[in-house]
Design a protein around this ligand. Structure first.
Ligand SMILES: Cc1cc2nc3c(=O)[nH]c(=O)nc-3n(C[C@H](O)[C@H](O)[C@H](O)COP(=O)(O)O)c2cc1C
Ligand code: SF4
Ligand code: SF4
Length: 422
């Protein structure tokens, strides 16, 4: 029976699913309902000097008919009084002693950090998360991503937090940087026990094309927001993996960004996360999604022979490499299963206009023909084919032994002849 419990930088959790710091983790009653639904832990909506929010503040990005496949917000940190939040943290901790509450914090001066850390820990925080990521509003006030984008400032403030904290400190990193690694290393130098990533991506989600105002609209103006939801998962996975494979890093990671089901969670874990956090999907579908997430993870672990989460953490990292190490002589071609093909010709259009003009319509049958001698194995036809497993990318035995670009350059290994470059 697989064990879902995890440890992220010293924070024990009965399962790896945490609410991210966002509206679903805004109040005690909400987090208590989430724990009842099965969430392992929760990162409390960021505490600081309470702010005032604008209306409206969210917008969704419909991608090919999928509503809110991407999501944005221009919300700030908590707008509730600090004392109310602290009282509810204590009450929630008393009711759910086994579920970790990580308190997200964002203040400015060292004295403010010292004071809010003490109050959070006195209220029962099991861990702290330093919000160095918010890309709107707070950064204009010198906090949030303004800190996360400056390694020296990140290191200094992390150092303060670690000095004043008696519980583990996670640093929540911003994705609004060219290379995440120096920022993770800065958190490490500051003494962090782990990092969380990603916060939201600075963006403009769309424009009201009748009023000529970007979205979400606040009267006659808008501002850049923070992009999140399913659409950001690939960016988040890359940043998590970039840190997980960095030899000098070595801190636990709480992965965030576009996680909407157990499969997404498994991917984050395989690329180095020991817990995963969810915001947008809970906002769209409610706390009960965790039930399927736990069941799916459990079944995945059972069928893949994993007894514990830590056996899975980073399991796909050795296979994440630089382009120069890929085997240039590995070759696949598309093969169509004639029994499954419905003759829609989508693969023909895609290959002719977007790839290498090697799937051709045929006179006597609606099943197209792949000219394998010309197929470069790009996957495009398989991606557009609406019938599962109808097109299979099949390895070719071309007689060439493996050779990477680096081996070609530095060791004189032979590369197979190019296809589709005439
Ligand atoms: C409406 C909204 C409010 C958020 N507020 C906070 C916040 O107060 N503190 C914080 O660290 N992150 C905040 N976030 C960022 C999320 O915690 C999370 O990092 C991000 O949304 C990516 O995860 P997701 O794709 O699951 O939404 C907020 C996100 C949303 C959508
Ligand atoms: S894999 Fe690419 S090149 Fe080959 S048939 Fe499909 S679309 Fe064309
Ligand atoms: S896209 Fe798939 S189903 Fe449609 S013609 Fe091509 S192989 Fe057949």
């Amino acid at each position: 029976m697989p064990d879902l419990s995890t440890n992220t930088g010293g924070i024990q959790s009965p399962n790896p699913f945490w609410l991210a710091s966002a509206p679903p983790a805004n109040s005690g009653r909400q987090i208590q309902r989430a724990f009842e639904a099965g969430w392992g832990g929760a990162v409390w909506k960021t505490l600081g000097v309470p702010i005032q929010n604008v209306s409206s503040r969210f917008a969704g990005h419909t991608i090919r008919g999928v509503q809110a496949a991407g999501f944005t917000n221009i919300e700030l940190i908590t707008d509730r009084p600090l004392e109310t939040n602290l009282r509810e943290i204590a009450e929630t901790k008393r009711l759910f002693p086994k579920n970790p509450i990580i308190v997200s914090l964002m203040v400015e001066t060292e004295a403010e950090w010292r004071e809010i850390i003490k109050k959070s820990i006195d209220a029962g925080a099991d861990g702290l998360e330093l919000n160095f990521g918010c890309p709107h509003g707070m950064c204009e006030r010198g906090m949030g991503s303004a800190v996360g984008q400056e390694p020296a400032v990140n290191e200094r403030i992390t150092g303060w937090a670690v000095k004043y904290s008696t519980v583990p400190v996670l640093v929540k990193l911003t994705p609004n940087v060219g290379n995440i690694v120096p920022h993770g290393l800065a958190a490490r130098r500051g003494g962090a026990h782990g990092v969380s990533l990603i916060n939201t991506i600075k963006s403009i989600i769309g424009v009201d094309i009748d009023r000529f105002i970007p979205l979400p609209r606040v009267g006659n103006l808008s501002t850049n927001g923070g992009y999140c939801g399913s659409a950001v998962k690939p960016i988040a996975l890359h940043m998590v993996a970039a840190l997980a494979r960095e030899k000098e890093f070595g801190l636990p990671i709480s992965g965030i960004g576009g996680i909407s089901n157990w499969r997404d969670a498994v991917e984050f874990i395989l690329l180095g996360s020991s817990t995963v956090q969810v915001a947008t999907e809970v906002m769209l579908r409610g706390y009960n999604i965790v039930e399927d997430m736990k069941d799916g993870l459990h079944e995945y672990m059972r069928t893949h022979g994993f007894d514990r989460i830590d056996q899975m953490v980073g399991k796909a990292i050795p296979a994440y490499s630089d382009w120069g190490h890929l085997d240039m002589n590995y070759e696949t071609v598309a093969k169509i299963d004639a029994d499954k093909c419905i003759g829609c010709q989508l693969c023909v259009a895609a290959c002719h206009d977007g790839a290498h003009q090697c799937i051709h319509p045929q006179q006597d049958t609606r099943v197209p023909h792949v000219d394998e001698a010309e197929c470069v194995g790009c996957n495009l036809c398989q991606i557009v084919c609406p019938v599962p497993n109808c097109i299979t990318m099949t390895p070719v035995d071309n007689g060439h032994s493996p050779a990477s670009w680096n081996e070609f350059l530095h060791e004189g290994k032979t590369l197979r002849p190019k296809k589709g470059a005439h």
